[in-house]
Design a protein around this ligand. Structure first.
Ligand SMILES: *[C@@H]1O[C@H](CO)[C@@H](O)[C@H](O)[C@H]1NC(C)=O
Ligand SMILES: *[C@@H]1O[C@H](CO)[C@@H](O)[C@H](O)[C@H]1NC(C)=O
Length: 279
């Protein structure tokens, strides 16, 4: 999650100055270190082409075998190799590892995914795990809820992003790499479209036009979730932001709108569940 110095200053003024140490850490990012188990669907994707050079993305657990993520995370040169990449589930501090390390069977991108200079469309994809996850009583690992046709999400919704991405432009998340959470609002579609003219109705913006609250490198593929009566629901997938950097004023983050892709997502959920039933 990126931040900017201006935002830091505003937070300090707001907090009245005193007790700097503790408050700076919990305030700069806009949210704070997440507590264990609050976001049990979070997946850390450790992606590699050759098994040596690795980079990270986020993802969310859909069921015992499927992870929802972006397509752009896998659209790199050299081409990422799922068999040399890993999904960490039930992680909190990456330094402490994961509840389980899952091998990947494959990644598939949405058939209409396209990248262009400075952005992309239909930026979502699925990862299939080699083995099945077991969802235990401890609830440290659990599937995310998906939007239903009756859900309405707008500027008034309580929405959060989570990730292990950079905390500033060129500033990786410091050790012990605790999962970060940040509350940000969805922006009106007209405002978003004015900032990103190529925006489609299958995308949305979230963030703060003042800057300082954003997803950043390493967060992409991860979720934007919003609160409903039935709990948090995944509304977006972090897709891209300004090519000039994260957390800039007037450059909110762009998210793939999950509700636009429910047939695609459900058809693969159904496939894996039928496959399970046959075993
Ligand atoms: C990927 O996992 C390895 C351990 O298997 C770790 O050393 C490395 O830091 C991770 N890389 C990223 C980018 O998360
Ligand atoms: C998936 O399965 C559910 C329940 O069997 C069914 O209602 C739904 O139409 C299916 N969706 C797709 C996209 O195949």
């Amino acid at each position: 999650m990126a931040f900017c110095k201006l935002f830091t200053v505003l937070v300090l003024i707001h907090n009245g100055g005193g007790l700097l140490g503790a408050e700076v850490r919990s305030s700069i990012i806009g949210g704070e270190d997440a507590l264990q188990g609050v976001w049990p669907w979070m997946v850390h994707l450790n992606i590699s082409a050759d098994g040596i050079k690795k980079y990270r993305c986020g993802g969310t657990i859909l069921n015992s075998q499927l992870v929802l993520t972006s397509a752009s995370c896998w659209d790199r040169h050299p081409k990422p190799n799922p068999s040399r990449s890993m999904a960490w589930v039930g992680s909190q501090d990456l330094a402490k590892g994961a509840t389980r390390y899952m091998g990947l069977a494959f990644h598939m991108s949405h058939p209409n995914y396209k990248a262009y200079d400075g952005g992309s469309v239909n930026d979502l994809g699925l990862v299939k795990l080699k083995k099945k996850l077991v969802f235990s009583e401890s609830k440290l690992v659990a599937p995310v809820k998906l939007p239903s046709p009756n859900d309405i999400f707008d500027e008034t919704s309580e929405c959060w992003i989570t990730g292990w991405g950079a905390v500033g432009n060129g500033v990786p998340l410091p050790a012990p790499e605790t999962l970060q959470q940040l509350r940000i609002p969805i922006l009106p579609q007209s405002v978003c479209k004015a900032k990103y003219p190529h925006l489609t109705s299958d995308q949305l913006c979230a963030g703060d036009l003042a800057g300082g609250k954003d997803a950043c490198k390493g967060d992409y593929g991860g979720p934007l979730v919003c609160r409903t009566a039935r709990g948090f629901v995944q509304v977006g997938i972090m897709s891209y932001g300004s090519p000039d950097g994260c957390g800039l004023p007037d450059r909110p983050g762009v998210y793939t709108r999950v509700s636009s892709y429910m047939d695609y997502i459900n058809s693969y959920i159904n496939l894996t569940e039928e496959a399970s039933a046959e075993v």
